[in-house]
Design a protein around this ligand. Structure first.
Ligand SMILES: *Cc1c(COP(=O)(O)O)cnc(C)c1O
Length: 394
């Protein structure tokens, strides 16, 4: 049998994944596991999901041939423009899908975790649209440094609960959301923001984001006369935009996959978020995956200039793709990402999110041939990062 990088029937990608959860959560996770595929494969779900992706989020997102960027790197570069979606990133694909799943499971209350606030805003947005109660857990440190997103969530009607445990950042907010779910198992759906957490979450999020690669297939066929690129490049925090970008091509070995993780100040600097390169096997938020941890197995706080990439774990899909050498993983440091963001802005008139700038920062590290067709996902727009860009403008 041909090797597959898709999930197996037990919720694993090779040795990674699974559902390592406390007894008290067993019932909700099991309920979700039993229901997600029948719901997602139903006609009513597909119809409403597609309608909302198109008319609410603004899909399909364009696949833009970037002529000046292509010239710079000596190949044919296309940008998958997730930055043009409603709320400014790919995250809305996932939150639209999950609110529809929650509705069909009869849930009335939505909880979410957020770090930089992007997933919190995307969740609060769909909760407003569907008139659902929305509680967003956010580390107190993040609440203080992400003022605008906190205010957006409040304006959208969500309650933002600052979390004061641990380092008061994303990992702690996730713990708190899981704790909430334990206390309200019957009426609450937990909308996780990336391809992380216990099975079936990584599979749910990857499937919902797979619209990205489905669109790429049709768009690249139209533009290049073949339905696959030579390279797919995406940044990875938890891994959802990357999973969506590669989903349809994961078992197609004509397509090379490059994942850009956040090197921070350098992978040996002690200030990094390069989980795949620095992590060791462990369990985080219910999933067996690579985790940044110290000798005692305590989770180490990751660092990146980009708030969306500093998660101390990584999706089990990506851990497996990296281990099996299906994907090449590059750590892109803060300075390289900044340089790439300014370069895209000046060459193509597109200000990318700092996260997406890490994917762009991979371009100078790859040796392309002139006929190589490259699709790089611009996961989000740079508006939220404008203060950081201003600080680094020369
Ligand atoms: C949240 C975010 C990311 C990182 O999340 P993934 O799940 O790894 O995709 C990347 N880019 C943008 C713009 C984001 O908002």
């Amino acid at each position: 049998m041909k090797k597959t990088f898709q999930i197996d029937e037990n919720g694993y990608y090779g040795p990674y994944g699974g559902a390592y959860i406390p007894e008290i959560l067993h019932k909700c996770v099991e309920e979700l596991r039993e229901n997600y595929l029948p719901i997602m494969e139903s006609e009513s779900f597909k119809e409403e999901f597609n309608l909302l992706l198109n008319d609410y989020a603004g899909r399909p997102s364009p696949l833009y041939f970037a002529p000046r960027l292509s010239e710079r790197y000596g190949c044919r570069i296309y940008l998958k423009r997730e930055d043009l979606n409603h709320t400014g990133a790919h995250k809305i694909n996932n939150t639209i899908g999950q609110i529809l799943i929650a509705q069909r499971m009869g849930k009335r209350r939505i909880i979410a975790e957020t770090g930089a606030g992007q997933h919190g805003v995307a969740t609060a947005t769909v909760c407003a649209m569907k008139n659902m109660e929305c509680i967003v857990y956010m580390g107190k440190t993040d609440v203080e440094r992400q003022y605008t997103n906190v205010q957006k969530m409040r304006m959208l009607g969500a309650e933002v609960r600052p979390v004061t445990s641990g380092n008061m950042t994303l990992k702690d907010a996730t713990n708190e959301a899981i704790r909430d779910w334990c206390c309200h198992p019957s009426d609450t759906h937990y909308i996780i923001g990336s391809t992380v957490g216990p099975h079936p979450y990584p599979d749910i999020v990857a499937r919902l984001q797979s619209v990205i690669s489905k669109e790429i297939r049709g768009q690249i066929l139209e533009k290049e006369g073949r339905d696959y690129p030579d390279y797919l490049i995406a940044c990875v925090g938890g891994g959802s935009n990357a999973a969506g970008t590669v989903y349809d091509y994961i078992d197609d070995d004509r397509v090379k996959i490059v994942l850009a993780e956040a090197g921070g100040e350098g992978i040996t600097s002690g200030r990094s978020a390069a989980t795949i390169q620095l992590g060791r096997v462990g369990i985080i938020h219910g999933s067996r995956t690579l985790v940044m941890q110290n000798e005692d197995g305590q989770i180490e706080e990751p660092y990146s200039i980009s708030a969306g990439l500093d998660y101390p774990g990584i999706g089990p899909i990506h851990a497996n793709m990296a281990q099996e050498k299906r994907a090449r993983v590059l750590a892109i440091n803060d300075d390289e990402a900044l340089k790439a963001a300014f370069e895209l802005t000046r060459l193509e008139g597109i200000i990318p999110a700092l996260e997406s700038a890490h994917a762009l920062g991979a371009l100078p590290k790859i040796k392309f041939k002139p006929n190589d067709v490259v699709v790089l996902t611009v996961s989000g727009r740079g508006d939220k990062d404008i203060e950081t860009y201003i600080r680094h403008m020369s």
